[in-house]
Design a protein around this ligand. Structure first.
Ligand SMILES: NC(=O)c1ccc[n+]([C@@H]2O[C@H](COP(=O)([O-])OP(=O)(O)OC[C@H]3O[C@@H](n4cnc5c(N)ncnc54)[C@H](OP(=O)(O)O)[C@@H]3O)[C@@H](O)[C@H]2O)c1
Length: 323
């Protein structure tokens, strides 16, 4: 495993980390979840990502129980949660968003579900137009001062909102956001590469990026339809198909097919190759992997070797195929 600093902080995250979205509490049972966490830990993964909204909190319960059961040393791993969407179907107004109240309540609920005394990373899962950014910055700062959170950050916030949070934090001597959690993969590059370009040097922003395989599209598994045992066949997640497959203009399916052909030509599996491409970006602190089976996770770990083994000509070919 490689370890990378989370932006300009001193926290050393594994370059590949592991997240619970879709899988824990929904797609895989508790035994499989435990095996996934155990395999990740055994291969040096030290960051486990979660959110209040994943399976309405059940993903955090399953992860918390697995980590406790495996007796992972609390000082050796980082666990996250995210606040915004709420942890119930049809949340009431106070059960969602980034108000001081919900940030506080959601943090304490996540601590219980994950069975920890503090969250290492705590994210605002989306911007909240109904709450002043200053209120959220103060709420996050309070949790850090209380020892309930180590680092706070954002997920899919526009660059201007991240800048505003830093301005407020600096003016009021509060803790500023350390990291962003944006989507980043060969088919979705703009925010990480262009919109945030100035923020890395300006604020030492770290990134823990999500969906490195575009929900599995870049594995080639959807090249000829939707396999029944895949994410996009899950009845609760059919809504995802539109975003993953895109429309005619985005040509996502054709670009993914072109990518898998290049991988085949190179004689390497497409999944770790797509993840390796994400690892090559020095502004990526950690690539959050998703996996519904241990075999997938083990294959994806090959990305570490591939990111260093292929030459620039190969990466240029890959980028041209997916442009
Ligand atoms: N902040 C946010 O808004 C946000 C949003 C989304 C995700 N996330 C975080 O990021 C994590 C990763 O995102 P993601 O799960 O979308 O990642 P992803 O890598 O794009 O997709 C993971 C899925 O692809 C399939 N897969 C993975 N490896 C494979 C392999 N080697 N061969 C074949 N299929 C493979 C599996 O699905 P199947 O086996 O079911 O097909 C797996 O669950 C999440 O768990 C979550 O923690 C954050």
């Amino acid at each position: 495993m490689q370890y990378r600093r989370l932006g300009s902080s001193g926290l050393q995250l594994s370059a590949l980390s592991f997240g619970a979205w879709v899988t824990f509490g929904t797609q895989v049972g508790r035994g499989e979840a435990r095996e996934l966490i155990a395999a990740a830990w055994d291969h040096g993964i030290n960051f486990f990502d979660n959110a209040e909204t994943y399976a309405n909190g059940e993903a955090e319960r399953v992860m918390g129980d697995a980590i406790a059961d495996l007796r992972l040393p609390r000082d050796g791993y980082a666990v996250s949660s995210k606040v915004f969407f709420g942890a119930v179907d049809g949340p009431r107004p106070m059960q969602r968003g980034l108000s001081r109240k919900h940030v506080h309540d959601a943090c304490h609920a996540a601590l219980k579900r994950l069975r920890v005394d503090y969250l290492d990373l705590y994210y605002c899962h989306r911007p909240d137009p109904e709450t002043p950014i200053a209120e959220t910055v103060a709420a996050m700062d309070a949790l850090i001062r209380q020892g309930k959170v180590m680092y706070w950050g954002t997920s899919e916030w526009p660059a201007a909102a991240i800048r505003e949070a830093h301005k407020i934090a600096r003016a009021q001597h509060l803790h500023a956001p350390t990291m962003e959690q944006p989507q980043y993969n060969l088919l979705h590059r703009e925010r990480v590469e262009l919109e945030y370009a100035a923020l890395y040097a300006e604020f030492g922003l770290g990134t823990t990026i999500w969906s490195p395989l575009a929900s599995g599209l870049l594995t080639g598994k959807y090249n000829d339809g939707v396999p029944t045992d895949s994410r996009l066949a899950q009845s609760r997640y059919t809504w995802l198909q539109r975003g993953v497959f895109g429309d005619e203009a985005s040509r996502r399916t054709q670009r993914a097919r072109a990518f898998t052909s290049v991988a085949e030509e190179f004689g390497v599996p497409p999944a770790p190759l797509a993840i390796a491409w994400c690892l090559r970006n020095p502004h990526v602190s950690s690539v959050i992997l998703g996996a519904s089976r241990v075999a997938q996770l083990l294959q994806n770990l090959e990305a570490l070797d591939l990111s260093e083994r292929l030459d620039q000509i190969a990466w240029d070919r890959i980028e041209a195929a997916t442009a």
